[in-house]
Design a protein around this ligand. Structure first.
Ligand code: S3P
Length: 441
């Protein structure tokens, strides 16, 4: 259980769901919320953030930014005023709890500061690979030490120089760490990406007035500029909407609308794949917010057929594979996923953990080194399953339970609050009936 995730029940009982119906919003985008506090902390003045995601991961980042001497006024859970400026040496190690985005992006920023810092987190975060950021930051001249390339990361002041760096993996966190360090370097930084990793950092830095340009697969950032404050309204998180999109697709007679969701094309691979499988999804009311495309997503139940997923599409739906596995179990015929080995270094090894937990519900999944094969349609039967302190695993298992026969008991349900506080209430609002302690939510 994550330190900051307190609002969700530890254990939930879920039963086959009634049709899901209604119009809902989901919480603010996690990637954009992390960035909004980290970047506005560096700005020369006062920034305003609306619709901020108040969840386990982002609260951890916010506490770390405060520990760096940044004053943040909290008007309500989702509305912040950030007094940016110079960061200060933290009095104690920074605790990013489970937030991989928080620690990796902050490492890029702190590598360029004139003070020492230590970046740490939960046992789960300490298991995650950090060499992917330590290596390029050291190429830039950063002074970072970490035993076995894992957190805690010890950073000392160093003179940074810009580098030309071809990312070995399509990772927005690595790209962002290098770009952020590049802000404090003596010359330009150029990154070449192998695939379309989410580009929220580039969009937000440009909004802060940073000289950052894209040229095909290359991103070039010039250092030494003053960052201007921003006024940002965070759109809803597509990765949170994804659980409801799959749920409404697989539960018969469902028809839901999720409003004002971030539709950044580097994030919406799941939409393309579900549409290819025969899903009934429409995007309405498209507009722009915070420099990102947004729209409402209308989803109706539909029969799905199997699909093959690989290459760049994997990058554009990397966080959606746990719930996509559930969709694949409900699809007629064979689904094959390749090139998704990055799933093994997320909060958990999501290929192994999802295969293990869905098997408890009777699923037959062939796990491969870089993906899985599933032949559907498969019938699921309720059982005891466990969220493994991985928010996306817990929520995906809850979605699977909606189409399983009989009762599913979801243990470690609470970690959903790392990214989607109120997830189970939202399911209840749409017509599923999760039960906690004998009472409907
Ligand atoms: C994120 C980047 C992705 C994603 C994570 C959030 C970000 O990780 O899986 O949930 O906000 O930059 P990688 O950069 O490791 O692919």
């Amino acid at each position: 259980m994550s330190k900051n995730a307190q609002s969700e029940p530890e254990t939930l009982i879920l039963n086959p769901s009634a049709p899901l119906r209604g119009v809902v919003t989901v919480p603010g985008d996690k990637s954009i919320s992390h960035r909004s506090v980290l970047f506005s902390a560096l700005a020369d003045g006062v920034s305003h953030v609306h619709g901020w995601l108040a969840a386990g991961d982002t609260e951890a980042t916010l506490s770390c930014v405060q520990a760096l001497g940044v004053k943040i006024e909290r008007h309500d859970a989702h509305t912040l005023t950030v007094h940016g400026g110079k960061l200060q040496k933290p009095a104690a190690p920074l605790n990013f709890v489970n937030a991989g985005t928080g620690i990796r992006l902050a490492a890029g920023i702190l590598a360029g500061q004139p003070f020492e810092s230590t970046l740490d987190g939960s046992a789960q975060l300490r298991r995650r690979p950090m060499k992917r950021i330590i290596h390029p930051l050291q190429m830039m001249g950063a002074n970072i030490n970490a035993i076995d390339n894992r957190a805690p990361l010890h950073i000392k002041p160093a003179h940074l120089r810009g580098i030309r760096y071809a990312l070995p993996v399509a990772s927005a966190q690595v790209k962002s760490a290098v770009l952020l360090a590049g802000l404090f370097a003596s010359n330009a930084t150029m990154i070449e990406e192998p695939g379309p990793a989410r580009d929220h950092t580039e969009r937000m830095l440009a909004a802060l007035g940073v000289d950052i340009v894209r040229d095909g697969r290359r991103i070039i950032l010039n250092p030494g500029q003053t960052l201007h404050p921003i006024d940002i309204t965070v759109p809803a998180d597509f990765s949170s909407a994804a659980f409801l999109i799959v749920a409404a697709t697989i539960v018969p007679d469902s028809a839901i609308t999720i409003t004002n969701v971030n539709l950044n094309p580097t994030r919406t691979g799941l939409l393309d794949v579900l549409l290819e499988m025969g899903a009934d999804i429409e995007v309405l009311n498209e507009s722009e917010q915070a420099g990102e495309p947004v729209g409402d997503i209308r989803v109706r139940h539909a029969a799905l057929t199997g699909v093959e997923v690989g290459g760049e599409t994997v990058v554009r739906m990397i966080d959606e594979f746990p719930v996509f596995m559930v969709a694949a179990l409900c699809a007629e015929g064979q689904t094959i996923v390749r090139d998704a080995e990055e799933l093994r270094v997320k909060e958990t090894d999501r290929l192994a953990v999802m295969t293990q937990e869905l098997s408890k519900l009777g699923a037959q999944i062939t796990e491969t080194p870089d993906g899985f094969h599933i032949v559907g349609v498969q019938s699921l039967v309720g059982a005891h399953v466990d969220g493994h302190d991985d928010h996306r695993v817990a929520m995906s298992l809850a979605v699977a339970s909606l189409v399983a026969q009989g009762e599913t008991i979801l243990h470690d349900a609470r970690c959903a609050a790392d990214s989607f506080p109120g997830f189970y209430e939202t399911l209840a609002q749409l017509g599923a009936q999760p039960v906690v302690g004998g009472e409907n939510l």
